[in-house]
Design a binder for this molecule. Structure first.
Ligand code: FAD
Ligand code: EPU
Length: 332
């Protein structure tokens, strides 16, 4: 058995039948795709049970930087690097663009999967290519930014169920000049003179709102922010005038799941060993020795309360696995 407790930030006490830590691409030639599950830092996963297959923990940590003729930098980052450590090291080398994504706890390779985003930047904005290893055919392939089909907490890789692809490298095109993106609430109106100042502010804001997974088990936002039609957003806004709504695209608006959960009376609640974070109700936390079924039950309770009050169905953001593999919430 392979202990998964160190590899899930929810700190659930789960195991898999087998497991291996991968440090370079050549090691992947020995693995077969059947019942394999790839993990990075485990900061976006929920295990509802012990897993019956093999877990591959990705720690491929290569890094190369090339200065292009246009003055930009091509950064080829091994997928097992921790994204926040990469950002810190790039700032020190005078390479900018990823500062708003500081302190997201996952690996570089998982970041394109759900197109991680924070404080007005999504990682897909800065990606040139993604290199993958096909665990069935044992070949490497390159996906262009367009082929990645990035969306809000979404990408081709998240939707692809046909082929077992392990992201081995992410290629970024980054800048040597600092063009701060400071439109998001909390950053707006501040003049950032250096990328380090912007990074420090993002870290400060995040520390106020989000629990540190080293101290309190959690997987960040448990649910996605709902995307609804402009008509529905406007109807709700008439009824709830303080409800945050954000422009999403021509026909849709994004709502704040955290606000909906709070107004449904679920902020800072505790059910047994689990609860929602006092400073950000979108985060389900392990308050001690939580069991997987407690997390599932609380998530379902929150979904029901929000649906009863607002008629909106929340969708989990965390990737959820039972003993056989990824499981849809309709089946839990
Ligand atoms: P894991 O949890 O290990 O894996 C996530 C999924 O990706 C799984 O389905 C896994 O199979 C797959 N996967 C992982 N690596 C690979 C690979 N190399 N190739 C193929 N598939 C792979 N997310 C945001 O977008 N914005 C935030 O601001 C944010 N804040 C967070 C704050 C906290 C405190 C926490 C705990 C989480 C937060 N997250 C946030 C969620 C999470 O950190 C990100 O989704 C991150 O990208 C997950 O990386 P990971 O390495 O932990 O992936
Ligand atoms: N809000 C509440 N109550 C709460 C939480 C939030 O009223 O308990 C309100 C806030 O006051 C604000 C709005 O909801 O008006 C949005 O809140 P916030 O700025 O904290 O962001 P979020 O929409 O809750 C998203 C991402 C986070 C990301 C932040 C910052 C999703 C699902 N979550 O949260 O990503 O860090 O924006 O950009 O999109 C993650 O994906 O794991 C994650 C942490």
């Amino acid at each position: 058995m392979f202990d998964l407790a160190p590899y899930n930030t929810f700190r659930l006490n789960v195991k898999s039948a087998d497991g291996a830590v991968i440090t370079n691409v050549a090691e992947l030639d020995h693995f077969h795709a059947d019942n394999a599950l790839i993990l990075g830092h485990g900061s976006d996963v929920l295990f509802t049970d012990d897993f019956s297959g093999t877990v591959l923990v990705n720690q491929i940590k290569s890094l190369s930087v090339e200065k292009l003729e246009n003055g930009k930098f091509l950064v080829k980052a091994g997928s097992g690097l921790i994204l926040d450590e990469l950002i810190e090291s790039l700032i020190a080398q005078g390479i900018y663009g990823l500062e708003n994504l500081s302190l997201i706890p996952g690996t570089v390779g998982a970041a394109p999967i759900q197109n991680v985003g924070a404080y007005g930047v999504e990682i897909g904005d800065l990606i040139k290519e993604v290199v993958v290893y096909d665990l069935q055919r044992h070949i490497q392939e390159v996906y262009s930014k367009e082929q990645c089909e990035f969306g809000y907490r979404d990408s081709y890789f998240k939707r692809n169920k046909a082929r077992p692809l392990l992201i081995t490298q992410v290629v970024f095109e980054l800048s040597s000049t600092f063009n701060p993106k400071a439109e998001y609430s909390g950053l707006k109106g501040i003049t950032f003179k250096t990328p380090q100042e912007l990074r420090n502010k993002v870290i400060e804001l995040r520390k106020c709102k989000l629990p540190d997974p080293k101290l309190v088990g959690n997987a960040g936002s448990f649910f996605k922010n709902p995307i609804v039609s402009k008509e529905l957003a406007s109807t709700l806004k008439q009824k709830y005038q303080d409800m945050p709504v954000y422009e999403f695209d021509e026909t849709s608006m994004k709502l704040a799941a955290g606000w909906l959960i709070e107004k449904a009376g679920c902020k800072g609640i505790t059910h047994g060993n689990v609860g929602t974070w006092e400073h950000q109700s979108l985060v389900i936390v392990n308050r001690g020795e939580a069991k997987p079924h407690e997390v599932v039950a609380l998530a379902k309770y929150i979904m029901a309360e929000v649906f009863n009050k607002f008629g909106i169905k929340l969708e989990p953001e965390v990737r959820t696995y039972d003993s056989k593999g990824e499981v849809s919430w309709d089946r839990l």
